[in-house]
Design a protein around this ligand. Sequence first.
Ligand code: ACO
Length: 333
Amino acid sequence: MGLIEQIKAKAKENPQRIVLPESLEERTLQAASQILSEGIARVILTGDPAAIKEKASGLGITNLDEARIIDPAKHEKKEVYTDLLTDLRKHKGMTRDQAATLVEDPLYLATLMIKNGDADGEVAGAANATGDVLRPAFQVVKTLPGIKVVSGAFIMMLSKKEFGENGTLVFADCAVHPDPTAEELAQIAVATGHTTRAIAGFNPRVAILSFSTKGSAKHPMVDKVIEATRLAKEMAPEMEIDGELQADAAIMESVGKKKAPDSSIAGKANVLIFPSLETGNIAYKLVQRLAGAQAIGPVLQGMAAPINDLSRGCSVEDIVNLVAITANQAATQ
Ligand code: ACO
């Protein structure tokens, strides 16, 4: 069974309540129908029920009765969510009137449902930019205790089985935090190790990457990676983590042995942590396009509940897969 099939099978064992707030978006509706028919999750849609049903019937979808539909303009918990949002954002000066307007925004509504225990996770981004999906999540759901930074990991599946874990590697941060400090980079490394265990299903060997291997270059950027490695090892002494390593030293045994002979993971890394969002985002797209890797994600990590962001160019299959991943995260979080 392939990785995605395994993730779907796990999701079906314990179906979670996943909100798809872009409920009038065609691919989202088609994905919702497939998720329901395969039993991957309990789907919650947000919007005017009549409009959603009309759109669905135009697409030939007949099983949306199994989904729960919440109308943001009128539902029984509107006042509860308004109070909740006012309370969560009053230190930033949000008034109750402002909160009452925001709770009608499906992207806020989804996060408030999660915060209030009425849903387990959210997938959005087919129709909205990353920042618009993430901002309500940061403000309402917030981060896990001890974690300050949310980041995005990609599971990269290569045809070349000699790399990583039988051809699979996990890359981060490729999606969220532009310029992490050493402490934030350490948190990203440890969070990615946990994601690797929970979603990719293997033991992480984490390399924190740089343009230097074990002191071969001197620069403040290298110092940041050295410090991040020290902090990450302190945060998760049970996890195999090493740095600073160049990409070739991290993934190629012959180079790793030469450049970092004392490293237990050089040449064998299956998790690659990039020093900035620029490097991570560029690297995953190049590996996807030039090496033909399948890129699954971004899987957002560090949030107190699973919320995942799609690319606006996503397919129906991408949405179904990300809902299955989100359901796995919700079941284990
Ligand atoms: N983790 C946790 N919380 C965060 C993070 C983070 N990484 N970033 C911001 N926040 C919190 C802030 O602390 C703040 O909380 P507060 O209001 O309670 O004080 C809130 O979110 C808003 O913070 P801002 O600094 O105003 O952040 P902003 O909304 O401007 O930006 C964003 C956040 C949108 C995620 C920004 O960092 C961004 O645009 N990142 C790049 C996203 C992107 O374009 N990725 C590439 C495309 S994705 C792809 O290719 C797969």
